[in-house]
Design a protein around this ligand. Sequence first.
Ligand code: M6R
Length: 616
Amino acid sequence: MCGIVGYTGTNEAAPVLLDGLAKLEYRGYDSAGIAVMEGDALQVVRRRGKVAELAHTVGHFALTGTCGIGHTRWATHGRPSEANAHPHSSCAGDIAVVHNGIIENFADLRDELAQRGHTLRSETDTEVIAHLIEEAWGASPSGSSEASGLAEAVRIASMRLVGSYGLAVTSAREPGVIITTRRDMPIIVGRAADGSYVASDAIAVLRATRDVVYLEDGQLARLSPEGIEYFDGHGKTIAPQTTHISWDMDVAEKGGYPDFMLKEIHEQPRVIRDTLAGRLVSGHMEIDELDMTSEELNLIDRVYVIACGTSYHAGLIAKEMIESWARIPTEVEVASEFRYRNPIITPTTLVVAVSQSGETADTLAAIRDARIKGARVFGITNVLGSPVARESDGVIYTKANKEIAVASTKSFLGQLVSLTLLALLLAQSKGKMRMNQIRLIFRELADTAEQVERILSDQSAIEEAARACVNATSALFVGRGMGAAIAREGALKLKEISYLHAEAYAAGEMKHGPIALIDEGFPVIAIATQSAVYEKVVSNLQEAKARGALIVAIATEGDEEIVKHADHVIYIPKVRDALSPITASVPLQLLARSIAVMRDCDVDQPRNLAKSVTVE
Ligand code: M6R
């Protein structure tokens, strides 16, 4: 979603800000803007559309100045427009604010501010912050004066805010200074030889520094060209810990691939290997970060997996494994529903929260709710130190490394591998599987890395199937058992990046309604890998074929029977059913991407979507 970047130092600020904003583009946005201190005045440039368009306009204005803040906005309050784009300014125009998050009491604050003579010029919740700071600093129409400087004014103003925020603020009254603070939104601050940096995502500052401070809720930082000071919520000086970022900058480059999605799909064998490293020690499963003894794990008698989108689909697959191997009743719920329900939670309930970004607002709220109700919470996330990691009792990192394309691919595979490990660990702790069986599955799991490499090495059948589907207006994805969950992920991938309507059904459900959709050439993409339900899936395909469907089957190598029922067959290596989601989802990712490319869609940044959904 929205992105923040700020810089004060010895270099020109505008190019630094624009470079940072370009790095944040992957998060999804609809407008962008920067504010730069030029002489003794703040110059604000904003545009609807892409950062490249903003850069063009900034070039036109030839902005000079060495301190500034920038923002990419994903509209929540007010449509995408220049007036609603950040930075927002105070009445006097000498304070500029960029904001991630949602100010829930903004309507009351707007009314109050208007009554006291402020003129608000946008439809956003953010603008109230600039005016509150103006008041706290004593330059408001009402003339109140409490704060002695920008940091204090921001601290006082933020006490009025209900909701979530990551803020960066600069002012012509304190040139060269940026104040930043946060609640429930990430803020990262870093120091380099050429100055001080702030961003909402480490990727925007990585070129300058790898040693950063992740601000905690309520903390503030005061950035100047000379250094950075930190304060707690009472204004007292603090010395927070620095974190070293070890992942490479090349995650932010395409490395010769035409788009990030394809690059990330090709990284999946590495993700599988890295996620498995060190998990089988002396023949036993170990996940130390969960911080629970085998005895404690043995007491777990109910599991909820909570997640959204693709992560939810990983949860559906986990349910099959946890129930079948560890024999623990498991429910999978979308976090946005779970948080408003009254689920049955006891001290022996385990909640597994799955989130690539570790920032998803609904998942975070569900974690908090589950912990209040007494559950033990495990997070499965891709982002070190993310809110999901920090707020869970234990965490498994998926080792996918930064994922840039909005569509989750490598992080999904990392989640599947991590959840398989968790299911095996629970089975081990509960004594429900023999150790040699656990070791065998672990070895087969490790083998999927090489199997995925084989799938990636020849994509001709996938390309051919994509060409057959490209002009469709809708598609059905079907499967049974594990295949039904994979089908849901395949449909989501296709619709989010190609804008082709797609639905997923358990294949046995087709005759209860969706089969009515099928006419000549209607694409039905079937997960028809070898499993106990293979014959059933084939029967369902025959029913669809008889009505003219164009069948694309994901099938197991060596299955010659399937060619009689499918127009296009994409073969994948043979694996046990429980591991089939890992291999079968790869051709579905590639199929969705190929169709999207053929339809001339922006594969990495699909319309209306954000990489991290940090609002409810
Ligand atoms: O970061 P999270 O895993 O919590 O995100 C959940 C969903 O927003 C995410 O999986 C979304 O569905 C992706 N765009 C799917 O490709």
